[in-house]
Write a protein that binds this ligand. Structure first.
Ligand code: GLU
Ligand code: ZN
Length: 465
């Protein structure tokens, strides 16, 4: 059932690189909004002034744009709303839902250590809750008067009903002694003011949710629905981290993964639609719902991502693909002639590449001849193979500039028959000469694309090397 009153948000903190798991959170929010015809908002949670950076903020915008996850309206910058957060804390004081706590850091620290030594769980003892402990000389924090009795249950869109006894929650700080709002307060105030109907985020926030609900209640605000999606794990079952490879979304972009592939892969990571693996954006919008979001953590599988990336790469319009490839060839001047060769060579090279970077690298054979030869090539540079190459050169010299794969193959077969050697000996020698490697698509195809003069000059260079 569609519900166009849905308003969701993506609320990243620019305190680090944009993790691939965060982009999946953004994707699920975006899809839920699009599926319902609702709104997807963006909020930059930059209240940690020390760790938040401008560069990380810019990257968030760039990645969302690159992935095509467009948001509605202007992005909300959390730090610009601090006055509003403070106002809410002061209102709560006025309404008797919050109180000033004068306990010093030192006192609290001592109590914490005592609890630790006794092996009990520390919780603020609420000694300032009755309002009679005003002390001069210390600037107080503002704490929420949390409910002590009863329990709180959420009907999570992913986790189902989850209940926590209120006695487990302490009277959390809303405003620090320097007057700055805490994360808990800012999130709730912003979600309320932005009229968020569904809070969809990683399940590492599940415990925060119970505390945040206390703030909603104290303010007398509507409580949104929650959906806590399981985090992404590595193949070894540990939370996905640098140890497992790239975790930064920008890194995937720089490695030559297509946004379509990342979109499709992240979508399938924790959500399914029957057996469908390749899913277009349109289908995703049509099908996405929380019924099919799994509760258990998903494991990041780079092979599957490579497979999906290769799939999208093969289907990509060639000019668009060439444009992409050029981003990876920035230091190389690609003239029109090389570009044409690259375009012709794409078809075969595409089938062998998993990323655009792979393809850009392998396409270099159409931009310039080998600067060095791989170690395996030396085998094809002995006098036996050199003779073979020289004889082949003779037949090549007699051809027109435009040479053809099939004709080259015929000449090659004729030669190896005459010399009574295997075709592979000649083909590998040619491959070494033309590409500097011993694996590539058909050498005769490569020669056809390079043309007679370029092929001859590369063979001559190899023979005289
Ligand atoms: N800024 C938080 C984070 O990056 C997300 C908060 C939320 O989604 O409620 O983890
Ligand atoms: Zn206190």
């Amino acid at each position: 059932m569609k519900n166009d009153s849905v308003v969701v948000r993506f609320a990243p903190s620019p305190t680090g690189i944009l993790h691939i798991g965060s982009v999946r959170t953004a994707l699920f929010n975006w899809l839920y909004a699009k599926h319902n015809g609702g709104k997807f908002l963006l909020r930059i949670e930059d209240t940690d002034r020390i760790r938040s950076t401008h560069e990380n903020t810019i990257l968030i915008f760039d990645v969302l744009k690159w992935m095509g996850l467009d948001y509605d309206g202007e992005a909300v910058i959390q730090s610009s709303r601090i006055d509003r957060h403070k106002e809410v804390a002061l209102n709560l004081i006025q309404n008797g839902k919050a109180y000033y706590c004068y306990c010093s850091q030192k006192e609290l620290e001592e109590k914490k250590n005592k609890a630790l030594a006794e092996g009990t769980q520390y919780k603020y003892d609420r000694i300032c809750r009755d309002g009679n402990s005003k002390r001069s000389g210390t600037s107080p924090v503002i704490r929420l008067k949390s409910e002590i009795e009863g329990s709180t249950t959420i009907s999570d869109m992913v986790q189902g009903d989850v209940t926590v006894s209120n006695s487990q929650l302490d009277d959390m700080v809303l405003l620090r002694s320097d007057g700055s709002p805490t994360y808990m307060l800012s999130v709730v105030v912003d979600d309320h003011d932005m009229e968020i109907t569904h809070v969809i985020r990683g399940d590492d926030h599940l415990t925060n949710t119970f505390r945040q609900i206390q703030i909603y209640k104290a303010c007398g605000w509507n409580i949104p629905k929650f959906g806590h999606i399981p985090l992404i794990y590595g193949q070894d079952g540990a939370k996905l981290s640098k140890r497992h490879g790239a975790v930064s979304t920008v890194e995937y972009k720089d490695l030559g993964y297509l946004p379509e592939a990342i979109f499709n892969y992240l979508l399938r990571l924790g959500w399914s639609h029957g057996d469908s693996e390749i899913i277009s954006k349109e289908e995703a919008i049509e099908w996405f719902d929380f019924n099919n979001v799994g509760k258990s953590p998903s494991r990041f599988d780079i092979n599957k991502l490579n497979y999906i990336n290769a799939y999208y790469m093969r289907r990509m319009n060639e000019d668009k693909l060439l444009e992409y490839m050029q981003q990876f060839m920035k230091d190389t001047i690609v003239d029109e002639c090389s570009k044409n060769r690259m375009r012709k060579g794409l078809k075969s090279l595409k089938d062998r590449a998993e990323t655009v970077l792979d393809l850009a690298v392998s396409s270099m054979i159409y931009v310039m001849g080998p600067e060095k030869y791989s170690e395996e090539c030396s085998k094809y540079n002995d006098s036996f193979h050199k003779d073979l190459l020289l004889e082949f050169l003779n037949s090549l010299e007699s051809k027109d500039e435009q040479i053809y794969e099939q004709d080259l193959l015929n000449s090659a077969k004729e030669l190896v028959l005459k010399k009574n050697v295997k075709l592979v000996e000649l083909a590998q020698s040619l491959r070494s000469a033309l590409t500097g490697k011993v694996v590539s698509p058909s050498v005769f195809e490569i020669m056809e694309i390079l043309g007679k003069s370029e092929s001859i000059s590369r063979i001559k260079k190899f023979v005289s090397a």
